[in-house]
Design a protein around this ligand. Structure first.
Ligand code: ADP
Ligand code: MG
Length: 246
């Protein structure tokens, strides 16, 4: 069953086109990962799906009463304001103590309940964000670069946790990630975005697609190619222009 879908979606951000003619869908229980260079519209696509941004044209269809758990790319927490994990999980919606404990248990973080948010490590912080999203009892989890700031073992552990949640709860997962080689194996489908859909399909298909390779290089050098890409506009920009398939 399709949970969320866009057809011919275009989005304008700050006077320029952030997304152009994007066809996208995610089915129940699926793990779909979006990859793409910085500024390629990944966060924008997620925010369109949660209804935070209106399309310039095209359609967005989300199944009725779909429960979405959303973890944004950045969450600003004022380090001078003390707030415990328990209180954070009860904002903005007040939650029952039992539900809070269950959600923390699901992300293997029960011991964090009385800790201060600003005292958490990167990995603990991401787990708490995940727990907060799970309190929505989501049918679709939307995670925008959930492993930002984590080291490689930390990222791998978080992806395992996300897969476990999908298996145990049947939750569909849509996430953005830069860790291409790790994400590939944890995803049912990959969508490579660069203002438009460059290519999409099973992880293997995408990894071998010329459009993908033009953006990321091949094999384990992918992350490095991405890094170069972000920092060497004149050279790498030529490669984008080759990536025009919708
Ligand atoms: P990604 O998540 O792939 O890095 P984004 O979806 O955040 O990319 O951004 C896509 C494009 O839209 C970028 O060019 C970015 O500068 C622009 N953009 C994003 N948010 C805003 C905003 N609030 N105002 C103006 N432009 C924005
Ligand atoms: Mg982003």
């Amino acid at each position: 069953m399709i949970l969320a879908q866009t057809k011919n979606l275009s989005v304008q951000m700050g006077g320029h086109i952030a997304l152009r003619n994007v066809d996208f869908s995610i089915n129940s229980g699926e793990i779909v990962t979006i990859v793409g260079p910085n500024g390629s519209g990944k966060s924008t696509l997620l925010r369109v799906l949660i209804g935070a941004i209106r399309p310039a044209s095209g359609t967005v269809t989300v199944s009725s009463n779909l429960r979405i758990g959303y973890v944004p790319q950045k969450i600003g927490i004022d380090p001078t304001l003390p707030i415990t994990v328990r209180r954070f999980l009860s904002l903005p919606t007040r939650r029952k103590e039992g539900d809070i404990q269950k959600a923390l248990g699901r992300v293997q973080a029960t011991e964090l309940e009385n800790k201060q948010m600003f005292a958490l490590s990167g990995g603990q912080f991401q787990r708490v964000l995940l727990a907060r999203a799970l309190l929505e009892q989501p049918e679709l989890l939307i995670l925008d670069e959930p492993t930002t700031g984590l080291d490689q073992p930390g990222s791998a552990a978080l992806y395992r946790l996300i897969e476990e949640i999908r298996t145990d709860l049947g939750t569909a997962v849509l996430m953005v990630s830069h860790e291409l080689h790790v994400v590939m194996s944890a995803s049912d489908r990959v969508v490579c975005l660069n203002g438009h859909v460059c290519c999409h399909g099973t992880p293997d298909n995408v990894a071998s697609a010329p459009e993908y390779r033009a953006l990321f290089g091949s094999g384990t050098q992918g992350a490095l190619a991405l890094y170069r890409h972000d920092h060497d506009h004149t050279h790498e920009h030529d490669d984008h222009e080759g990536c025009t398939h919708a």
